[in-house]
Design a protein around this ligand. Sequence first.
Ligand SMILES: Nc1ncnc2c1ncn2[C@@H]1O[C@H](COP(=O)(O)OP(=O)(O)OP(=O)(O)O)[C@@H](O)[C@H]1O
Ligand SMILES: [Mg+2]
Length: 282
Amino acid sequence: MNEQVSRLIELRRLEDRTRVIPNTKTISVVSGKGGTGKSFFSLNFAYQLSRLNKKVLLVDLDFNFSNLHLLINHASQFTLSDFFLQKKILRELIYRYADNLHIIFGDSGAADYPKISRDILEYFFIQLNKITPQYDYVIFDSAAGGDDITLYQVNKTDYNIIVASPEPTAVMDAYVMFKLIVEATDNSKNFIVINKSDNKEESDLAYQNLSTAVRHFLRSDLTLLGVIGFDRSVYRSIVEQELLMKAYPNSMAALEISELARRFLKITQVANNNQSLRTTYF
Ligand SMILES: Nc1ncnc2c1ncn2[C@@H]1O[C@H](COP(=O)(O)OP(=O)(O)OP(=O)(O)O)[C@@H](O)[C@H]1O
Ligand SMILES: [Mg+2]
């Protein structure tokens, strides 16, 4: 496979020099600490964007602890390991959850999961690029922390959304994650979502501390995309294996995600209008 992979990578580099790229935007959802709500947020955010008439592909890139399929109670027939084991092409992995929301699942703890090297990852992104032009947004749910795969991935995406909970340890971990992102990337735009917030004072303080540290030590900016409160409906929707936006559309957290998706589109569409042609993508 290695020779084939190298040839494809080289071919792709040549293509990249001349191609005009479609307007698909890619988003990595990441965190410092584990369990901050990345998978819950990715899924519900993706769904909300799809309801706002955007065509979305959601990809579970948390290779070791994939669980998007559990959140919607779907027994995925094919997963990313079928791609990495060269049994399936990416197109065959797509699950059509709704007209505007397609999902590629991973699988937890597969015994024969191949080791994902840089070359394989690059090959994966090249193949992914072939199926993404039909989408407005491609969203990657990621593993917690800054492992090699996540740092490679954030370097490929247009936007990174760090999901952090407001307690000081999680804020510190979010800062470390952001530092790793800044070191690994040159031009992506970074957002923070504060999730499981108990009250406004707590989330305001968390964002204030984080953005001050980011400005002072990293000379960078971190835009607050939104705050999602701690809400029992989230827990209930996960136990019921149904999307929050469907099961509890009027819950506080669902309304906050709706608002957050609207804000995200507003910010990114303004940025998009200012950028008519792009020359590089993956
Ligand atoms: N806004 C919220 N209110 C209440 N509980 C929440 C909220 N967001 C997430 N949770 C709880 O946090 C748990 C972890 O969420 P999730 O699995 O999405 O985190 P994660 O960041 O993807 O975890 P991992 O790092 O392991 O991938 C959920 O099972 C849910 O019960
Ligand atoms: Mg997760």
